[in-house]
Design a protein around this ligand. Sequence first.
Ligand code: ADP
Length: 178
Amino acid sequence: MEIKINKGILSLVEGDITKQDTEAVVNAANKSLRGGGGVDGAIHRAGGPRILEECLKIGGCETGEAVITAGGNLKAKYVIHTVGPIYRDGLYDEAKLLRNAYQNSLKLASSKGIKSIAFPSISTGAYGYPLEDAAEIALKTTIVYLQTHTEIGLIRVVLFVQKTYEVYGKVLKRLLES
Ligand code: ADP
């Protein structure tokens, strides 16, 4: 599913983020930046040790913030590591922190002149963010970014499992109709 927003494209695909040919891919990292499971483990496995070396030099990342490393063996030239919130009950600023994770990743991409970027569904795996709510935040934030920044040409959201892809698609349709 693909929509044009201002000068850019927002695209939803079912797939593996480690295979994407965008200039940057985003990693749903943890604060230590030492690697982990899920999408984080997949990116480090596919990208090789250079990514972890750079992460260890950076030393860590706060929730909602983003840092950048090389892409190592990935097709993507860069990995932007961002830390989504661990979901508790919605009363710990989870929504704002998730929005910050998307926004700060995009701002970092813009500042590096990156024109195409792929995101996974941040916080909806081990971090337990309710999927529909997370999808709404991910999509609203990326849509507003494309509306207000013309330097990024493509934001691709890469959903690893079919059900997640379907939920994102449903939420996007709803946002476009409202
Ligand atoms: P978090 O800790 O932020 O919740 P996870 O990696 O546990 O991060 O999960 C985030 C999302 O990433 C989940 O929807 C999961 O299905 C998805 N995911 C796992 N592996 C990949 C991959 N290779 N490409 C894209 N998405 C992936």
